[in-house]
Each structure stands twice: as C-alpha cells, then as structure tokens.
Design a protein around this ligand. Structure first.
Ligand SMILES: [Fe+2]
Ligand SMILES: [Fe+2]
Length: 216
C-alpha cells in the first residue's frame, strides 16, 4: 500500500502535487501534535485500561505521521499556504489540564480531519490514484475511531453533549482561520471550497466553557 501510494504521488500532475503538498503539510502538523497528546500528555491523568487505548491511538498517529512524511518527501515544497509555526502552536494549545476539554478538542479536530480526508478521497483530483486514496482511507478509518474514543472519554469525564458540541464549534472556527490560506488547494483537490465541517453539524454554544486556542 505504501509503495502504491508513493508511486501515485510521484505521478501527480504538478498543480495537484502542489495542492496536496499544502494540505499534507497541515495534516502532518496535526499528526505530530496528536502523537504527543496521546502518547504523553493525556495518558498521565488516566487509569491503566484507558491508557492502553490511548497508546494504540498514539501508535496510529505516529504511523500516520510517518506515512505522510513518506509522501511529502516526493512532493514539491509548498510555495505559500499557511503559517506552519502558527499551526504547530495551535495544535500545542489544544492541550489543557481539563482532561474532558482536551479529549473533546481532540475529537473535534479529528472529526474535521475525517471530513477533509473524505473530501480528498472523493475529489476528482485523486480519482486515477487508487493507491493514494487507499492510504488516505486508511488514515481516515483510524481517525474515525479516534473521534469515537476521545468523545467517549470526554463524556465519561463529565462533559455534557451540549458542551461537546460547543467545543467542536470553537475548534472548527479556529481551524477555519488556519486553513483559510489553504482553500485554493482544497479547491484544486475537491473542485469546491465549501467549509470543512464535521458530520455532526455541531451548533454554536449558548455559553462557552473555555475558549479554544487561537491560531498564532
Ligand atoms: Fe492521525
Ligand atoms: Fe487522530
């Protein structure tokens, strides 16, 4: 699967390669941050059984980062796009001592990543590249499970569903700012620049629990 996807990457037309490089760079920042969050910061506050499930997720995030890293080495340097340092800061600031809030933010983020991956997989740009689509689908199926696990932890730790939706809306809004410069790349890949929204269709909160981190 890895070989097929790398071979596909190498045969992408230049404009698609540049657009994909832009979006993968963004995803890679998230994978690196998630590897740290699940492998280090979150497990400290959890019981052994919960820690085991997060270790599985941490390993998957590291595998995603590795795979995306393999792809990006075959792609061109992205000319403009988003602010990588600000993106890294955003992901780092998802971390908080409030465990329920942290899990909710991770779930919200991964839900949006799932949507972005779905758009890439379904988009016309990658139709001829089955190996690459299979690689993206593999990451997406892991992320779907991460959303489920993180959401379950957040709710078990006391977060009400309404609060969970509020956190999702906040993360989505902050992420939209970060992703704005990448919209042309999303348009190239998907033929559309509709906002990336979670399938849950979370609605704006009546009252915020705590502000999500601000890009930059
Ligand atoms: Fe991931
Ligand atoms: Fe994830």
């Amino acid at each position: 699967m890895v070989e097929d996807s790398v071979r596909d990457i190498a045969s992408l037309p230049p404009h698609i390669a540049i657009a994909l490089a832009t979006l993968l760079r963004f995803l890679l920042c998230g994978e690196e941050s998630a590897t740290h969050a699940f492998g280090d910061s979150l497990p400290h506050s959890l019981a052994d059984t919960e820690r085991a499930s997060l270790e599985v997720i941490a390993r998957e995030e590291a595998a995603h980062a590795w795979l995306i890293g393999q792809w990006t080495t075959s792609l061109p340097e992205t000319p403009v796009a988003f602010d990588v340092a600000a993106t890294r800061r955003f992901f780092r600031r998802l971390q908080t001592r409030d465990r329920a809030l942290h899990f909710a933010r991770v779930a919200a983020l991964d839900a949006l990543v799932c949507r972005l991956l779905s758009r890439l997989i379904r988009g016309d740009a990658l139709t001829p590249y089955a190996g690459l689509r299979a690689g993206l689908s593999r990451i997406r199926s892991d992320e779907i499970e991460h959303v489920r696990v993180s959401r379950a932890h957040a709710i078990r730790l006391g977060m009400r569903p309404a609060e969970f939706s509020a956190v999702a809306v906040e993360v989505e809004a902050r992420l939209a700012v970060l992703l704005a410069p990448a919209m042309p790349a999303i348009r190239v890949m998907t033929g559309s620049d509709r906002p990336i929204r979670p399938r849950s269709g979370a609605r704006a909160p009546a009252k915020e629990r705590r502000p999500a981190p601000t890009p930059g």
